[in-house]
Design a protein around this ligand. Sequence first.
Ligand SMILES: Cc1cc2nc3c(=O)[nH]c(=O)nc-3n(C[C@H](O)[C@H](O)[C@H](O)COP(=O)(O)O)c2cc1C
Length: 204
Amino acid sequence: MASERELMRVVETRASVRRFRQDPIPDEVLKKILWSAVRAPTAGGRENWFFVVVKSSEMRAKIHRLIIDSHIRYARDIAKMPSERIEKWRKLMEEGMYLAPLYIAVYIDMSRLTSAGEADVFNSEFIMEVQSAAAAMENAILTSWSLGIGSVWLGAPLLLEEEFRMLLDMPREYKLMGILALGYPLETPSPRRRKPLEEVFKVL
Ligand SMILES: Cc1cc2nc3c(=O)[nH]c(=O)nc-3n(C[C@H](O)[C@H](O)[C@H](O)COP(=O)(O)O)c2cc1C
């Protein structure tokens, strides 16, 4: 069993990686990553998650295109970045940022929700399914890092959910939770700073 120190080291050193070597991730390694994802806590023991693994170069190129488009949309509509900054980012992405040897898109099946399946932010059942999918994604990220594989959690694709759904051939009742881009790192980003702990907790 991994010692506490090993787990803490994985948590402490992990940082999002956005540039990857294009060498494939071996299937045995992929299996470990997926296995760890489904070991995550899951609300009601429901395991309402589905993983679309993308390995082929043709599909990866198409996903990368959509990832670029979704980030441009995010930059423009949500982050409200100035256009010069968006163009700089576009160039970095066209040059290979986010192009990974492996993508894992994470979905939940909305038809399994007893509350009629509306993706309503106030629907507790929906929130719990989202959180379960997120826990699976984090397990996959940490396991990957422990195996020397970098990753970045991508939420921007939610802005082009329908385009991703068509590309990945997913039924309409499945809702995209996020995409993980994974690969051996081409960069070694240092762990990013966090707010001081004292700012984000209280003890009663
Ligand atoms: C829900 C969620 C969505 C995210 N979406 C994106 C994204 O679309 N593109 C991206 O480059 N990073 C994305 N990230 C990664 C964050 O930018 C990153 O985790 C944050 O800047 C902290 O850096 P660190 O992961 O290196 O500690 C996302 C992270 C989370 C948890």
